[in-house]
Design a protein around this ligand. Structure first.
Ligand SMILES: NC(=O)c1ccc[n+]([C@@H]2O[C@H](COP(=O)([O-])OP(=O)(O)OC[C@H]3O[C@@H](n4cnc5c(N)ncnc54)[C@H](O)[C@@H]3O)[C@@H](O)[C@H]2O)c1
Length: 330
């Protein structure tokens, strides 16, 4: 059976399912015939948006609750085959301004979910969406999974900790868990309200509005930008591969692109906007890890996943989406 066929008729819980990645994943799961339940607390200043799931609003169940709520989680995990854990405090800058909230959501919330699985449904599988930020500053490129982890901000620390919790529950309690370390991801259904996280989509907004696109420093920092459909496919392929559990996987394209080149390509494709250089804010500089691009050998060899969307195609599709649905995101 092809990996994607296994989701047909399955019960799936998506935490953070009203956000960027969770909503794109939920839509794909519904297409594959899964019964999707979303849990999301609509944390202010993050990506939760009911419009994100408009096309599946009659097909997915939505529970407005918090992953830190034990009673809710105990109830919601029952009968599920898979749990995709995408609820999180995702704002790097906020994680430094309000570290206790970050810790509470990313660590305490993950532990509540794992305990719910242990007590109420130990046979479910959990897939955790961590971040490439767990590596901190790269000491060699491309970065593989054995690279040292020296997180630069609290968000990256709490993601690394949550990842370790998932792996401990896999090891000790045999609750099958797999963890992704996800690179910068962009595409439809990302919030567009501010520039504090998800700077790629912020560049798209500025280009669509024919405004200046602010590139920090000299724009030469390298990143690995992944289109969201490719990320969704990686989540599904990891979930559907027995040999992927108990392990950690980089997800990226492996292709380095500078912020400077990125801004130029967005301007070219949008036909509007203008790149300008600006100084790093102090808050940004403090958590900026520098160049990053992923070595994706492990995920490709273990699951067969490879990214398919070129940067140009991804930018084109993202611009087309926001030009059509601008009023839902601005
Ligand atoms: N987007 C990226 O480039 C990227 C990169 C690496 C890792 N990730 C990780 O992927 C996950 C999803 O990120 P995203 O980009 O979709 O962000 P997002 O802000 O669009 O979505 C996160 C969702 O989680 C919800 N949420 C937050 N706290 C919650 C709580 N306590 N209980 C229930 N729901 C809660 C929010 O309301 C939001 O809808 C996060 O864990 C993030 O750290 C994202």
């Amino acid at each position: 059976m092809a990996v994607m066929d296994i989701f047909k008729g399955k019960e799936v819980l998506v935490t953070g399912g009203l956000g960027f990645i969770g909503s794109n994943l939920s839509i794909e799961l519904v297409k594959l015939g899964a019964h999707v339940t979303i849990v999301d607390n609509m944390l202010p200043r993050q990506g939760g948006n009911l419009f994100n799931i408009k096309e599946i609003e009659d097909k997915a169940r939505v529970n407005f609750s918090d992953v830190r709520n034990e009673l809710s989680m105990n109830h919601l995990v029952k009968g599920k085959d898979f749990v995709f854990h995408l609820a999180g405090q995702v704002n790097h800058v906020d994680s430094m301004r309000n570290p206790i909230q970050d810790l509470e959501i990313n660590c305490h919330g993950t532990l509540v979910l794992l305990e719910a699985l242990r007590h109420c449904n130990p046979s479910a599988r959990i897939i955790f969406a961590g971040t490439r930020g767990e590596y901190g500053s790269s000491v060699k490129l491309p970065v593989d999974e054995d690279h040292p982890t020296n997180p630069k901000g609290i968000y990256a620390v709490t993601n690394l900790t949550a990842e370790k919790m998932v792996l401990v529950y896999d090891d000790v309690y045999k609750i099958r868990g797999a963890c992704l370390r996800i690179t910068n991801t962009y595409g439809p259904r990302h919030h567009m309200a501010h520039d504090e996280y998800g700077v790629f989509n912020w560049f798209i907004r500025k280009a669509i509005d024919n405004e200046e696109i602010p590139v920090f420093g000299d724009g030469r920092i390298l990143r690995d930008f992944l289109y969201v459909d490719d990320l969704v496919e990686s989540l599904l392929m990891v979930a559907g591969t027995d040999g992927a559990y108990g392990d950690v996987f980089n997800v990226g394209t492996g292709i380095p692109v500078s912020f400077n080149d990125l801004a130029k390509r967005i301007v070219e494709i949008a036909g509007s906007g203008k790149e300008i250089f600006t100084e790093f804010t102090k808050e940004r500089e403090e958590v900026e890890p520098g160049d990053y691009y992923a070595d994706i050998t492990r995920i490709s060899s273990r699951t067969g996943w490879v990214p398919k969307t070129s940067l140009e195609e991804g930018i084109r599709r993202t611009i087309a989406y926001y030009r059509t649905y601008k009023k839902e995101y601005w």
